[in-house]
Design a protein around this ligand. Structure first.
Ligand SMILES: Nc1nc2c(ncn2[C@@H]2O[C@H](COP(=O)(O)OP(=O)(O)OP(=O)(O)O)[C@@H](O)[C@H]2O)c(=O)[nH]1
Ligand SMILES: Nc1nc2c(ncn2[C@@H]2O[C@H](COP(=O)(O)OP(=O)(O)OP(=O)(O)O)[C@@H](O)[C@H]2O)c(=O)[nH]1
Ligand SMILES: [Mg+2]
Ligand SMILES: [Mg+2]
Lengths: 292, 276
């Protein structure tokens, strides 16, 4: 583990009252390696390590902590900070319905996350509406309708429709008419390098002006996370990240890359295939998972 | 040293960075760069183009030149099992493969053995229609092994050349689900032969792709990999480790969401694309 690797470094190097530059260098090399093995994008690793270097260099040794513990504490706090500090919920809204837009790459878990979120909101006494705005993928609408049924949440679906922004707008109108509290808009998976699909996403956003735009990201995503985050941020105003499939053993470094690039917190974690398998994101747990 | 004068330490770091950013992993990136540095020194190569050629060679060396990259089709009905973690593109890939096989004059039937996912059968049905293949499905929640077994009987009775079995996505860390997959294979092998077990890996995955390959290989055996979503910006560098460490050949790549977006895997083209 990283902490035992740090212990090795500090027993080998003699300690004085402060962390020496040599100690900091060796430790930062280990951190860089751990973060890369955890799939944090290289560009984010470099920026993060530079930040940790600044904090660690010349840091006073606390009497109650070993130097290794000291550096772990600095790294942990820095990681938790980037991941969004304490667990952040959905943005509160004065005038319902709150509009939540789900976006992300193909297969990242958007449709499942949308239904999970709907069920979670219903459990809190709210009245959400799911909007089936993936008009492209075979059986996407049926999938969302079935999940909506399981969640006990209505689904606005227009089989045969081809205009996603229009469907989204009509879903919002339905929510207004029925006095519903949230509209969760599911969209098709898309490549950030597909100009037509990215333009469509922008059009859907403009049609319903989301209060919350969640970038849904698979926890096993590798170095590409920075490219994806940047491109989506260019098209829509991302306000949060949902990290899915955390019930696997991917280290999940994409969480750091995504929140670093978007400047947004990871808000939710997908931890299974069932509709109850959604948790508020815990930055501290994620930090130790990433560090390994 | 004076040799390697064409590249300074920063430039070598940049080459390593390029490999890391392609998801080859730090281990492979470091190893390739140190091999290239040694060869460049030995051969007196100092120019950027020459170094890039060495990089391509060292990467290519990690792919077996004689690996069986064609799909194995046995006597009818040949059975291909398609497996992998959630959302990698299994169902879509089956549609593409079926269309490709139909174009080669083969009669294809699909088994909707993902009985868990909402509307999975409807999704596969759409692909079967597009690909001109038949489909065998049961009710949602049915036993996947039973669906596969039934589809095999159907394939045999109707003289189909090929049965492709779609399975539910499953995280490789879930032992009961991996056991279920092994059982599906055993059930099919009671009456038929599984000629291919295709693991579908997402090119956007990082190092976890190797763990996935290792686990699926242990559970059911894997005869080939389909690397999907290479039409994005992810380079799929984990394929290098999958081939080198596990000896599993990458056979196909997915390059889009349409029926025709499937290509044979060619190591040389892959390496060139990886190096950019
Ligand atoms: N184990 C696990 N599986 C998940 C999780 N979230 C989603 N999945 C699975 O991942 C697969 C893809 O989920 P979808 O919700 O269809 O993903 P999507 O982003 O809507 O896919 P597209 O619409 O095709 O882009 C399905 O098999 C889901 O059951 C999770 O947190 N854990
Ligand atoms: N751009 C792109 N998208 C792909 C590719 N292959 C599959 N997809 C998309 O990825 C998403 C998931 O595909 P599926 O075929 O449902 O994946 P799956 O592995 O069957 O998913 P589960 O059954 O839930 O595990 C869909 O939106 C597909 O259109 C590809 O090569 N390129
Ligand atoms: Mg979806
Ligand atoms: Mg599927």
């Amino acid at each position: 583990s990283l902490s035992s690797r740090f212990d090795d470094i500090f027993t080998r190097l003699r300690n004085r009252g402060r962390l020496s530059d040599k100690q900091v260098d060796e430790v930062l090399r280990e951190i860089r390696l751990a973060l890369l093995e955890a799939d944090v994008s290289l560009r984010v690793v470099k920026a993060f390590v530079a930040d940790v270097r600044e904090r660690a260099q010349g840091a006073e040794i606390h009497k109650s902590l070993s130097p290794a513990q000291q550096v772990i504490k600095i790294v942990n706090e820095a990681l938790i900070g980037v991941l969004g500090g304490e667990a952040k919920g959905l943005v509160p809204v004065d005038a319902p319905p709150r509009v939540i837009l789900m976006a992300g790459l193909q297969g990242s878990g958007k449709t499942t996350a949308a239904a999970k979120l709907a069920k979670h909101l219903r459990g809190k006494g709210r009245r959400p509406l799911l909007a089936a705005c993936d008009l492209r993928r075979p059986a996407a609408t049926s999938q969302l309708q079935l999940l909506g049924e399981q969640a006990g949440v209505p689904v606005h679906a227009e089989p045969g429709a081809t205009d996603a922004p229009a469907v989204a707008r009509r879903a919002l109108e339905e929510a207004h008419a029925e006095n519903l509290t949230d509209v969760i808009v599911d969209t098709s998976g898309r490549m950030h390098v597909d100009p037509e699909l990215m333009a469509e996403l922008g059009a859907v956003a403009r049609a319903v002006e989301p209060h919350e735009t969640l970038l849904v990201c698979d926890a096993m995503t590798g170095q590409d996370a920075v490219n994806v985050a940047e491109a989506f941020l260019e098209e829509v105003e991302v306000t949060g990240v949902v990290l899915t499939k955390l019930d696997g053993d991917a280290r999940g470094g994409a969480a750091l890359s995504m929140s670093y690039v978007t400047g947004c917190p990871v808000k939710f974690a997908g931890v299974g295939e069932k509709l109850d398998d959604l948790e508020p994101f815990h930055p501290d747990r994620m930090a130790s998972r990433i560090l390994g | 040293d004076a040799l390697g004068a064409g590249l300074d330490d920063d430039a070598w770091d940049d080459l390593e960075a390029a490999l890391i950013q392609a998801d080859t992993g730090v281990g492979t990136a470091t190893a390739v760069v140190s091999e290239v540095r040694a060869e460049a020194r030995a051969a007196g190569v100092t120019d950027v183009d020459g170094i890039r050629t060495l990089m391509a060679q060292r990467l290519l060396a990690r792919f077996a030149a004689d690996a069986p990259r064609a799909l194995t089709i046995g006597p009818p009905p040949s059975v291909w099992l398609v497996v992998g973690v959630n959302g990698t593109g299994k169902t879509t890939t089956i549609g593409k493969i079926a269309a490709d096989q139909a174009a080669r004059g083969r009669r294809v039937v699909m088994a909707a053995a993902d009985t868990f996912r909402a509307a999975a059968d409807e999704q596969l049905e759409a692909w079967a229609r597009r690909a001109g293949a038949e489909l065998v499905k049961h009710r949602p929640g049915a036993d996947p092994g039973a669906v596969a077994f039934d589809a095999l009987a159907h394939a045999r009775a109707r003289g189909h050349d090929l049965l492709i079995v779609d399975t539910a996505g499953r995280l490789h860390t879930k032992v009961p689900l991996m056991d279920e997959l092994a059982k599906i294979r055993r059930v099919v092998e009671k009456e038929g032969r599984v000629d291919e077990v295709l693991l579908v890996l997402d090119a956007t995955a990082g190092q976890n792709g190797l763990a996935q390959a290792r686990s699926f290989a242990a559970a059911t055996g894997v005869t080939g990999v389909v690397l999907t979503k290479l039409d994005g910006t992810a380079k799929g560098g984990i394929a290098v480790a999958v081939e080198q460490e596990l000896g599993i050949p990458i056979k196909l790549i997915g390059v889009g969401e349409g029926l025709g977006d499937l290509e044979p895997f060619e190591p040389r083209r892959f390496v060139e694309a990886l190096l950019g």
